[in-house]
Design a protein around this ligand. Structure first.
Ligand SMILES: [Zn+2]
Ligand SMILES: [Zn+2]
Ligand SMILES: [Zn+2]
Length: 333
């Protein structure tokens, strides 16, 4: 029987519920009518942002003829190494939702790619960040991946997505609004998360570290960040190789943890595209694996949604120990 540990420190992190809807609104506090017409709403009770994407309900759960992402398929008619295209069922309008294909090989996964292919994915992530961030109607570029049918990936072919938001979204803004840089504090062993940082370390590569989150919402949740205070992928080409290595170690360890492909949600937080230098922005990735035991999903329950407090059955230091043991079984990169 696993004991459920209440991690009161969770409130200090980014997992706290968004209670201030002002960031989602125009200067006078209201959402412009054209945005409401486009499906953007702010819940008056909670301040939560919601985008209504009714059309997506009509998308097929599974393609009927072959894989659309394999070379020669509907979305990839020509041979490719990596590829991006505008999502046919976009969650955001005006070409601001894209799909990124990680590999032409259907049976690969992001973590199984060789380093050269991972470098191509990272270079494409940086390019889409730069190009989409350069648009007048884009303030924030979110790179992410849903891996596994359990987290809604309808096509098994390795792919991720990009959302280009017209405003900096609440989860990113909550991190950016903190005093100083919480990532640098963690790395320097300062402040609350600091003292146990080394014990939560899971993987290292030149310029990067991966560690079990101090106050994880999901068991085995990881943070990957650059050693140096770098704002985004575009300005960090010299650490792309290290990112490829630390991603491969982290995702490989997660797949070996229960000896089954780990379903996960992965996203990248980086500097907003507009609004000044954002001095607190520190490039990092979050990986939220959804299994807490072999084949057993961790669901966010009503006590958690209702309170805004997450309850986690796995101590992050223990999670790091298990993930380090799994990483030690990986072949040499
Ligand atoms: Zn495929
Ligand atoms: Zn920093
Ligand atoms: Zn973050």
């Amino acid at each position: 029987m696993v004991s459920w540990e209440f991690m009161i420190e969770a409130g200090a992190g980014s997992g706290a519920p968004v209670s201030d809807g002002a960031a989602a609104s125009a200067d006078d506090g209201s959402v412009p009518p054209e945005e409401i017409a486009a499906g953007f709403r702010v819940d008056p009770l909670t301040g939560t942002w919601v985008v209504l994407v009714q059309e997506r309900q009509h998308r097929p759960n599974l393609p009927t003829t072959g894989c659309p992402f394999c070379p020669g398929g509907l979305e990839a008619p020509e041979p490719y190494d990596v590829r991006w295209f505008v999502n046919r069922w976009p969650a955001l309008p005006d070409g601001r939702a894209e799909v990124v294909l990680f590999s032409p090989e259907h049976d690969q996964s992001l973590g199984s790619l060789d380093l050269a292919q991972l470098r191509r994915v990272i270079a494409l992530w940086a390019e889409r960040t730069r190009v989409l961030g350069g648009r007048r109607d884009v303030e924030y570029v979110l790179l992410f991946e849903n891996r596994g049918a359990e987290v809604g990936a309808t096509i098994a072919h390795p792919h991720g997505q990009v959302y280009a938001f017209s405003r900096v979204p609440p989860a990113a803004l909550a991190e950016l609004g903190q005093q100083g840089c919480p990532v640098c504090s963690e790395l320097a062993g300062e402040g609350q998360p600091g003292p146990s940082h080394q014990r939560r370390l899971v993987a290292e590569a030149p310029g990067w570290q991966a560690w079990a989150a101090w106050a994880p919402s999901y068991p085995y949740e990881l943070v990957l960040a650059t050693d140096r205070h770098i704002g985004d992928l575009v300005s960090a080409e010299d650490v792309h190789e290290g990112l490829a290595r630390v991603l491969k170690q982290s995702l490989g360890a997660l797949d070996l943890l229960f000896d089954e492909p780990m379903p996960y949600m992965l996203w990248c937080h980086q500097r907003p595209a507009k609004g000044g230098p954002w001095p607190s922005a520190h490039l990092h990735f979050h990986i939220a694996p959804t299994h807490r035991a072999p084949g057993v999903a961790r669901y966010v329950a009503s006590g958690e949604l209702g309170s805004g407090v997450m309850f986690n059955p796995v101590d992050p230091e223990a999670a790091a120990t298990r993930l380090r043991a799994a990483a030690a079984r990986l072949p040499e990169i």
